[in-house]
Design a protein. Structure first.
Length: 218
């Protein structure tokens, strides 16, 4: 079953990874990686403060995972933004890391396939929507995916062919993450799910119920 909702959103240029800017793909990766990241120090502190949108990662194990991923990116490609543990002031007492964007690595690299659960993004330029769909579907996991695009035909193809549980199109707050509570179900396909059923969907209450039939013979 597919559930689709439409929400009015600001206009956005196509940005599903297709090289249509006239810039070399390598330059595109580096430039696009630097644009969306607001890494001001006042936005990365106590998560109890309303002004803070990025708190610490969960524990030292997550920091180690982050550090290992950054080392891989430096070895096999480039780190465009971030790549550091944050130790200034009060952050030295916690597990804070800087949001990181990397690239110039092969499309089949583990950094594109492994779930890290840290603020770490790998980018890869493609030549067509077809290539983007092929690479996106050639993954064990399938939780979320998103695109920025104004072409209705390409949007419909993306929604019909990508193999994940939650999809976003032209969502300013985030291309691929952050389900809207009470608005849409949240659940994955393939390795991102054990049942194929999403939380808060039509199937959700049934997962907490047991079926029982009664037969009474007089």
């Amino acid at each position: 079953m597919r559930v689709r909702s439409r929400v009015p959103a600001p206009s956005a240029r196509a940005a599903h990874g297709v090289d249509n800017s006239g810039e070399p793909a390598d330059d595109q990766q580096a430039a696009s990686a630097r644009k969306p990241w607001d890494c001001r120090p006042d936005r990365r502190r106590d998560p109890l403060l309303r002004s803070v949108w990025l708190g610490p990662v969960i524990d030292e194990g997550a920091v180690e995972c982050f550090t290992a991923a950054v080392a891989e990116a430096r070895r096999d490609g480039s780190v465009f933004v971030g790549g550091e543990r944050l130790l200034d002031g009060d952050m030295a007492r916690g597990t804070f890391v800087k949001p990181t964007v990397v690239g110039h690595i092969p499309a089949d690299h583990g950094l594109f396939t492994d779930e890290l659960f840290v603020p770490f993004t790998a980018v890869h330029a493609v030549d067509s929507l077809e290539e983007a769909l092929r690479l996106g579907n050639d993954r064990t996991c399938g939780l979320t995916a998103g695109m920025y695009n104004e072409d209705p035909a390409e949007v419909d193809r993306f929604l019909d062919e990508i193999e994940v549980g939650v999809l976003y199109v032209t969502r300013r707050a985030g291309a691929t993450t952050g389900a809207w509570s009470s608005v849409q179900p949240f659940g994955g396909w393939k390795g991102s799910s054990s049942t194929g059923k999403a939380g808060l969907s039509l199937y959700y209450p049934a997962q907490f119920m047991r079926e029982q039939s009664h037969t009474i013979v007089d």
